[in-house]
Design a protein around this ligand. Structure first.
Ligand SMILES: Nc1ncnc2c1ncn2[C@@H]1O[C@H](COP(=O)(O)OP(=O)(O)O)[C@@H](O)[C@H]1O
Ligand SMILES: [Mg+2]
Length: 382
């Protein structure tokens, strides 16, 4: 099975590209499901067809659905939420605040991702395409399994059996309501699902594709996404640059051509994966135009292809230092120059240039040393 996840800033064209990709894969004979987790629900608009919170046939081999987040929250989270609310209240926290605290960040999107797991297990599709919420939320969401682990250890780091014995004795003494067996079972079930989900999303079957436009703010946000996706172990196999003004657009857009060309060069320096380009269409991309765009995607290649399989960067701990390892073909150690500017690290070796957006853990440190071997630059931070 192939799982393709689209992410990017709001309005860049994630839903459009996800829909067009699905059209293409279904035409190639892959049974395809598109799941939209974006609360904006524009997949229906793209296909000009009303979609349901379960797979609805769009054309031959192509199915699409729009997740209903409230319903999903209710289904997976209610038991746990009730307990957490009681727990927070017992700690003297106001009712309303307790309710809010009981939903941990990113859970609403996670609930929709759990859908992916059930369709993955059912093995009814060859390709599952996810149209995700804008980058910030998706990133938060993707770290949820780690957050859950934290929760598990802090709150529920007690063996279930032990808890059963301890509960009647301890509860009146410590004045903290301990979770019931039902709550623990639910948490355990959820935790197992989340771990599996993360495993699937990190595996070679899954590719993440960042959709962007050649615009300053969009590039900035995409860089951050690219770094964190890498850090969390997800595989970005290409980026799609959408809404590029075609030359035919005329004189009025001449300044735009220049600007976009500058930004396209920046994108090449900052995203060391294949870059696919899509022109700005003369009208909204829905219905027939969407089908037309499907044929222009990925330079005509099969969208299920893994366009890039190497990890473009890794962050490791070595002794006291953090090491950032970046692939850099054809350079030697003598050539390497490093510049750090706030959250950005600029690596220059002759004609070759790479700009890396640093995660918080590195941005606060200074690069101390660089080594080059086996086509990889290793930069030490302290
Ligand atoms: N290549 C393109 N040319 C012209 N309009 C586009 C293009 N791609 C997307 N659009 C339009 O831009 C708007 C936002 O696209 P959408 O796919 O909904 O973005 P997102 O899902 O990232 O928020 C829609 O009206 C869509 O029709
Ligand atoms: Mg969308």
């Amino acid at each position: 099975m192939r799982i393709i996840l689209f992410t990017g800033k709001g309005g860049v064209g994630k839903t459009t590209i996800a829909a067009a990709t699905g059209i293409k894969t279904s035409e190639l004979g892959y049974k395809t499901l598109i799941i939209s987790t974006d609360p904006a629900h524009s997949l229906s608009d793209s296909f000009q067809k009303e979609l349901k919170p379960y797979p609805t046939e769009v054309t031959e081999n192509l199915y699409a659905m729009e997740v209903n987040v409230e319903y999903e929250l209710e289904r997976h989270w209610n038991t746990i939420k009730e307990y957490l609310t009681i727990f927070f209240k017992s700690q003297g926290i106001d009712d309303v605040v307790a309710e809010e605290l009981a939903i941990f960040p990113g859970f609403d999107e996670l609930a929709s991702l759990l859908h992916l797991l059930s369709y993955y297990d059912a093995k009814a599709y060859d390709v599952i395409i996810l149209d995700c919420a804008p980058t910030g939320e998706t990133l938060r969401l993707l770290s949820v399994p780690e957050v859950a682990k934290w929760y598990m250890n802090r709150f529920f780091g007690v063996e279930k059996k032990l808890l059963k014995i301890v509960k009647p004795i301890a509860e009146p003494l410590i004045n903290v309501p301990l979770p019931s067996e039902e709550v623990l079972n639910k948490i355990q079930e959820l935790y197992v699902k989340m771990s599996r989900l993360k495993e699937i999303l990190e595996s070679e079957e899954t590719s993440v594709r960042i959709v962007m436009n050649p615009e300053k703010m969009v590039i900035r946000e995409s860089e951050r996404a690219f770094t964190y996706l890498n850090l969390f172990g997800y595989r970005v196999d290409c980026v799609v640059v959408n809404k590029i003004f075609p030359r035919e657009a005329g004189k009025y857009f001449s300044k735009w051509f220049e600007l976009q060309e500058k930004y396209l060069r920046e994108i090449e320096e900052r995203f060391p994966v294949p870059i696919f380009r899509i022109p700005f269409k003369s009208t909204e991309v829905v219905g027939d135009i969407l089908f037309e765009l499907a044929n222009e995607l990925y330079d005509g290649e099969d969208p299920t292809k893994v366009f890039h399989s190497e990890k473009p960067m890794k962050i490791e701990k070595e002794g006291d230092s953090f090491v950032l390892a970046v692939k850099a073909p054809f350079v030697s150690k003598e050539q390497i120059k490093l510049f750090k500017k706030g959250e950005e690290l600029i690596i220059i070796a002759g004609q070759w240039k790479r700009i890396v957006f640093l995660p918080q853990s590195l941005a606060l440190k200074e690069p101390t040393e660089a080594k080059f071997n086996n086509g990889e630059i290793r930069i030490y931070f302290r």
